[in-house]
Unconditional design. Structure first.
Length: 147
């Protein structure tokens, strides 16, 4: 497997992979390419992918938001989980943030993403705010890591 930083021109491949990661996780449709483009409009995304024989099996997208480093999306295909891929993507993200003089990394993770919440807390991220939802599985946890 190979991990590398890529440009936004790989976004359509990433979106297709993420559809598999996030399908049936939420009660709303998974993001389409236009949703990604709209979200990334006006920012410079930092994108890492993990490839296995040329197939994207994991990715993360981050960018600066409100003068802070924001981890927007991180996904690994189900059949590739528990191999340290997400942890490696976190390491690259955190290294990038340190090298670019960010003091903190932020992320928003819904309760439905229990595995991701556990991994982030294990990595030292702290929940600094919870945005409650009528359905608790969609309450959003705002996490922060001081670096």
């Amino acid at each position: 497997m190979e991990i590398k930083q890529v440009e936004i021109n790989r976004l359509s491949e990433i979106v297709e992979m993420n559809k598999k990661v996030f399908e049936n996780m939420y009660d709303w449709p998974v993001y389409e390419l236009d949703d990604y483009k709209k979200r990334l409009e006006g920012v410079t995304p930092i994108i890492f992918i993990v490839e296995d024989d040329g197939k994207i099996v994991g990715n993360c997208i981050s960018f600066e938001k409100d003068n802070k480093f924001y981890l927007w999306i991180l996904g690994v295909l189900k059949e590739y989980r528990n191999q340290g891929i997400a942890s490696k993507l976190f390491e690259l993200r955190e290294q990038y943030a340190r090298e670019h003089n960010y003091k903190k990394i932020f992320a928003k993770v819904y309760n439905v993403s229990e595995e991701m919440l556990k991994l982030m807390i294990k990595r030292g991220y702290k929940i600094i705010e919870v945005k409650e939802n009528l359905n608790p599985k969609y309450s959003a946890n705002i996490l922060e890591l001081s670096i």
